[in-house]
Structure formats: C-alpha cells, structure tokens
Design a protein around this ligand. Sequence first.
Ligand SMILES: [Zn+2]
Length: 111
Amino acid sequence: MASAKMKRKKFFRTISGKVRVGQQVKKTKKRTCILCKKQLHGVPHGKSKAMLAAMSKTEKRPSAIFGGKLCSRCRRKVIDEAIMVKQNSKNIQNVDLSLKKFVNQTMKKMK
Ligand SMILES: [Zn+2]
C-alpha cells in the first residue's frame, strides 16, 4: 500500500530496453490563503524542497504583513478590523473569531 511518506515512482526505459524504477522528487504545492483558501501570488510552487532552501527570504513570500499567509483581500479586512479596534469604534470581542488572532498580531505591530 502506498503511504503518503513514500516517494513517487517514475518508470523509464533504458537504451537496452529494460524498464527501471526511479524516485521522483516531491514538489511543493501551491500555497493558499489561510482564511479563504484562495491561491496566493508571489509564493513559489512546483519546486523541490532543496530549491526552496536555496532561495532567499524575499523570493519566498511578499514582504507585506502576513505575506505568504493571507491574500490581499483578507489582509485588508484584518487591518481594517485592527484599526477599528484601536480607535475604540469596535470591541475586540465583536471581531470574527477566525480574524481575531491576526487582528491581535496587527495591533502589536501598530505601536
Ligand atoms: Zn484570503
């Protein structure tokens, strides 16, 4: 039975006609937004883990706040909520539970 940890097998034919089994290197998947599962831009995909390790930090994710975690729409929503809480026009208890963690992190950074 194939487990998730097993590497993918790739069959290829040698010049002499024999079939050999090779191991295919796993590729990284497309990253999605944590909140809305939309596909993220500016994030590498379809590369091996070794290639990712060789890349620089700024090549791996956008430098914006929550870059590589949230899409731009969700990021804007979180920042808007954080500003409303900061200006006392909204109570932190009324913030959506899924956004609360990010709102708290944004509040810390806004000092
Ligand atoms: Zn999103």
